[in-house]
Design a protein around this ligand. Structure first.
Ligand SMILES: Cc1ncc(COP(=O)(O)O)c(C=O)c1O
Length: 395
């Protein structure tokens, strides 16, 4: 393979790291009541990757550093062409370059969309378990309306269309935030599912925001259809980003695509000023990053195969399914018959592995489901499960 994903990069001691995941896992541990953790902690929680950014991007950012002036910056036409080119080439999705609206990160985009397109007190629907948009919604004094998805008992989730329709029929609910591919379930919704959702929303005047930031990270043989391509642009805004795909989250470069003329007019004054590093990173990623993303997906497939095989053999009571998109797996430990506290104690404190408790994605969900992001070198992912298996041996 042309690219190196096995290298272990020290994100704890390197003074240039600033990694939230590795330097600040305490917010997760605090929330689970864990007071102390092993020094050799392994963090597989926050959805960023421990791989060095594609060399093509680093080389361009070095040239930018050599330019030596990092003043107020403006988005050039080449940026818009790069974004359009990537989505047309990779996902067969065509949109106008003027449909691109930059925001400093996906949360910022969603929070601003909620503020612009809904009114105070209105409800915003989310399909749970789901990556948390609480701040974007409740921070704007809107209601967070949870619609439960259907779990087949093995962590494979589908949409409860009756429950969704009920929520959409409530006139107070005016927006849905779709997460596609869905985090944390790993679902990539089908053409039929997307159209069913769009039909229900449009019939009831519910605006759709489709968060597609994980759409380039797909499992072997899995296609992806952008919601706007599947259902057309009416009443729909999509959020895309290099943040997850290229491990550039720290540069906070998100693009909302607004092709519906009415919504575009309403959002015409959205304006943000990215850093020159963010602008260059997007141009380089979307024009030179194809081979790296393909190699990345191949490596993540290997991580998932290796870890799932290991879990099957060494944690035989754990339940999980292969994700369709993204790099995370959800592991249900409930068949071990331990208390919630005992499961947490064994994984987080004794094994020293930081995952995401299912509590982060659905307040009502049992705590014995934990999400692991397999976006680290394979040896690190495997060591995490070796340590966990040791703590569950004999249970
Ligand atoms: C589905 C989803 N949307 C948004 C975000 C946050 O994105 P950003 O860092 O661009 O705000 C995440 C981060 O994990 C995510 O998983």
């Amino acid at each position: 393979m042309k690219y190196e994903f096995d290298e272990i990069i020290d994100r704890i001691h390197d003074p240039f790291s600033f990694s939230a995941k590795w330097l600040h896992p305490s917010y997760i541990l605090d929330s689970l009541g864990i007071k102390e953790v092993r020094d050799d902690v392994i963090c597989l929680e926050t959805a960023d990757m421990d791989f060095r950014v594609a060399p093509e991007i680093i080389e361009d950012l070095r040239k930018l550093t050599d330019h030596g002036i990092f003043g107020y910056s403006t988005i050039p036409d080449s940026y818009r062409q790069a974004v359009c080119g990537w989505y047309e080439r990779r996902q067969g999705w065509k949109f106008d370059k003027d449909d691109i609206f930059y925001f400093p990160g996906t949360h910022d985009a969603i929070a601003q969309l909620v503020k612009r397109y809904t009114k105070e007190g209105e409800g915003v629907i989310v399909l749970v378990p789901c990556y948390g948009y609480h701040g974007d919604v409740e921070g704007n004094n809107r209601k967070y309306v949870e619609v439960q998805m259907i779990n087949d008992g093995n962590e494979y989730f589908t949409i409860d269309f009756d429950a969704l329709e009920d929520a959409c029929k409530d006139e107070n609910n005016t927006m849905i935030i779709m997460c596609h591919p869905h985090n944390p379930t790993g679902r990539v919704f089908t053409h039929e599912e997307l159209n069913k959702i769009a039909d229900i929303c449009r019939k009831n005047g519910v605006l759709i925001v489709s968060d597609e930031v994980h759409s380039d990270i797909l499992r072997k043989g899995q296609g992806f259809e952008p919601m706007m391509k599947a259902c057309g642009p009416e009443g729909l805004i999509s959020c895309t980003a290099v943040n997850k795909t290229f491990n550039l989250a720290g540069l906070a470069m998100t693009n909302a695509i607004i092709s519906d003329p009415k919504l575009k007019k309403q959002g015409a004054d959205f304006y943000g000023m990215p850093s020159p590093f963010g602008i260059q990173a997007v141009i380089s990623a979307y024009t030179k990053g194809d081979a790296w993303v393909d190699a990345l997906n191949e490596y993540i497939d290997g991580n998932i195969d290796t870890c799932m095989e290991y879990i099957k053999e060494n944690l035989p009571k754990a339940k999980l399914v292969r994700p369709e998109g993204g790099y995370s797996i959800n592991i249900d430990f409930s068949d071990y018959g331990l208390s919630d506290e005992e499961v947490v104690d064994r994984i987080y404190r004794k094994a020293g592995v930081v995952l995401n408790s299912g509590l982060f994605f659905d307040d009502s969900r049992k705590t014995q489901v934990h999400r692991a992001c397999l976006s680290s070198p394979r040896s690190v992912c495997l060591e995490a499960f070796e340590r966990i298996a040791k703590e569950f041996k004999g249970c």
